[in-house]
Design a protein around this ligand. Structure first.
Ligand code: F6P
Length: 547
């Protein structure tokens, strides 16, 4: 297996395509989104693409046919076609860890053929647990399943399980504890009974402090309820690539669901990390999610860039970050049950694209991953949309909604109307003249009307994408998640960075070990800075527990 993209050491901003885009951007300085729409009544029908149950409207970006053609040239300069092939054919594209990125292989199976071994193991366990065949130590069926995991071992399953509550098995509750703040797990345990609670230790590395600490608290809780060690272990299963570590912790071998090292944490919800999804929503739902993602994979691999949703989205992010200087992006699902999606995408995009060094070790001379943030619409309209519409920081938006009503039909129409209206408001704004007419009409004198109009004018010309899911199903959600995974990959290829490592995360882990020792007075902290030492001194001067 070879890495096709490593040979080229020239930085992408030195390519003719990049330079042409810089020049081209200047030619757009005197136009606006409103003008582009006025000039071309077909624009909304032209700049769109659809696949795998998703409709992608990108017409409200400041771009023309020429922009797309130049972005296409940029993709070719970065050898995007061969990079896509390298992802799918198992090349070692994660070059700093010498690994492939195998997430797409996890959803590449025929619906009518026998399932891959890892998936049938997950689904069998989930089905047996749901049917009450798998029981706790005292012979009672499980009623509560608690996922103990963080980052990629938490955010994906948490988001998918929250998306389809109507598919939850009756009498079976699924919970997620991530943080190393015992109140999180305690709040869950207060709702559970030891005899009927199963804990899933979800950790690819089986060495993450938060997860192992919560697992010990869970073990203690069962012991405190009078379980001996043999009984206690009947209440645990694990999902990990470190089978030996899970075995040493005490997990029974048949309760360890393994995953390949080549499946990155933030790309792992398709692997055994997805066990809570299969348990909570059923193995059929899990399969539908995987099938939807696979449909997007096929589209991504086989479709020309001009119609390729993830390629278009990824290139538009490059256009936004590097040529329009927008350093963040809001992702706003107008779907209540996708309220957890922005958190999930934050890890996917920011852990993948938050790098400043290329795969060959050169410092990037251009901006890379934007800040990703957001929440469910319409809630944000009564909060941060003020800044989106009128603030000095321009933030492009991804609006996400459904075509077919996923909730009360009238409310759905309001939801969609608000979603489309926000993208129009961002695009068109309100001119000073319009605002002045309004303030004059309200009966203010000329001076007061002119004064207030300054505040009521809205700049407009702010970019957004709109993604419509034809209907809200596990399959379209799978396609949406794969769409974002591949968009992230496209961006990483253009920026020449490795989307699949996360070295910076290790620094915080190492430092916290040192600080922990000083807090515990096991080390005097000679190497610590004076701020940290003063904070620790303050901590030591106070009683160690509240109350
Ligand atoms: O700390 C970052 C990280 O390594 C993520 O990449 C990962 O998803 C998370 O921690 C959890 O890791 P693990 O599954 O190994 O416990």
């Amino acid at each position: 297996m070879t890495d096709a993209t490593l040979t080229d050491t020239a930085l992408i901003d030195q390519s003719p395509a990049w330079k042409a885009l810089l020049k081209h951007r200047q030619t757009l300085s005197n136009t606006s989104l409103a003008a582009l729409f006025a000039h071309n009544p077909q624009r909304g029908h032209q700049f769109k693409a659809a696949a795998a149950g998703l409709y992608f409207d990108y017409s409200k970006n400041l771009l023309t046919d020429e922009t797309l053609s130049l972005l296409n040239d940029l993709a070719n300069s970065a050898q995007l076609t061969s990079a896509i092939e390298a992802l799918f054919n198992g090349s070692l594209i994660n070059n700093t860890e010498h690994r492939p990125a195998l997430h797409t292989t996890l959803r590449d199976f025929q619906t009518d053929a026998p399932l891959p071994q890892h998936l049938s193991a997950i689904n069998r366990f989930a089905d047996q647990l749901r049917s009450g065949k798998i029981q706790g130590a005292s012979g009672k069926s499980f009623r509560d399943v608690v996922n103990l995991g963080i980052g990629g071992s938490d955010l994906g399953p948490r988001m998918v399980v929250a998306a389809f509550p109507e598919r939850q098995a009756d009498g079976l509750n699924t919970h997620f504890a991530a943080n190393i703040d015992s109140d999180g797990l305690k709040d869950i345990l207060d709702q559970c009974q030891p005899e009927t609670t199963l804990f899933l230790i979800s950790s690819k590395s089986f060495s993450t402090l938060e997860t192992l600490s919560n697992a010990e608290l869970a073990r203690q809780w069962l012991n405190d309820a009078g379980f001996d060690s043999t009984q206690t272990i009947c209440h645990f299963a694990a999902m990990t690539s470190q089978v030996e570590k899970a075995t040493n912790w005490g997990i029974q071998p048949e309760r360890i669901f393994s995953m390949d090292e080549g499946v990155g944490g933030r790309f792992s919800l398709w692997s055994s990390t997805g066990l809570p999804i299969a348990i909570a929503l059923g193995s059929d739902t899990f399969k539908q999610l995987l099938n939807g993602a696979n449909a997007m994979d096929k589209h991504f691999r086989n479709t020309a860039f001009t119609q390729n949703l993830p390629v278009l989205h990824g290139l538009l992010s490059i256009w936004s970050v590097n040529f329009n200087h927008h350093r963040s992006r809001a992702v706003l699902p107008y779907i209540h049950r996708l309220a957890e999606l922005p958190n999930y995408l934050q890890q996917l995009a920011m852990e993948s694209l938050g790098k400043g060094v290329t795969k060959t070790g050169q410092h990037c001379t251009y901006a890379t991953g934007p800040v990703i943030w957001g929440n469910e619409g319409t809630n944000g309209q009564h909060s941060y949309h003020q800044l989106l519409l009128q603030g000095s920081e321009v933030v492009p938006v991804d609006f996400i909604a459904t075509s077919k009503a996923h909730c009360d039909p009238l409310q759905h129409q309001h939801l969609l109307a608000n979603c489309l209206a926000q993208s129009r408001a961002l695009m068109l704004g309100k001119s000073y003249e319009q605002a002045l007419n309004e303030t004059r009409d309200s009966g203010l004198n000329e001076e007061a009307a002119a004064q207030l109009a300054q505040h009521k004018a809205i700049p407009g010309n702010r970019a957004s994408n709109t993604l419509l899911l034809e209907e809200f199903t596990p399959s379209t959600l799978g396609a949406l998640l794969a769409f974002y995974e591949h968009s992230v990959y496209v961006q990483s290829v253009i920026w020449q960075i490795n989307a699949f490592d996360q070295w910076a995360v290790e620094l915080g882990k190492t430092m916290s070990t040192t600080v922990f020792k000083v807090l515990n007075k096991a080390d005097n902290g000679d190497e610590l800075d004076s701020s940290s030492l003063a904070l620790i001194k303050h901590f030591h001067s106070k009683p160690s527990t509240q109350g």
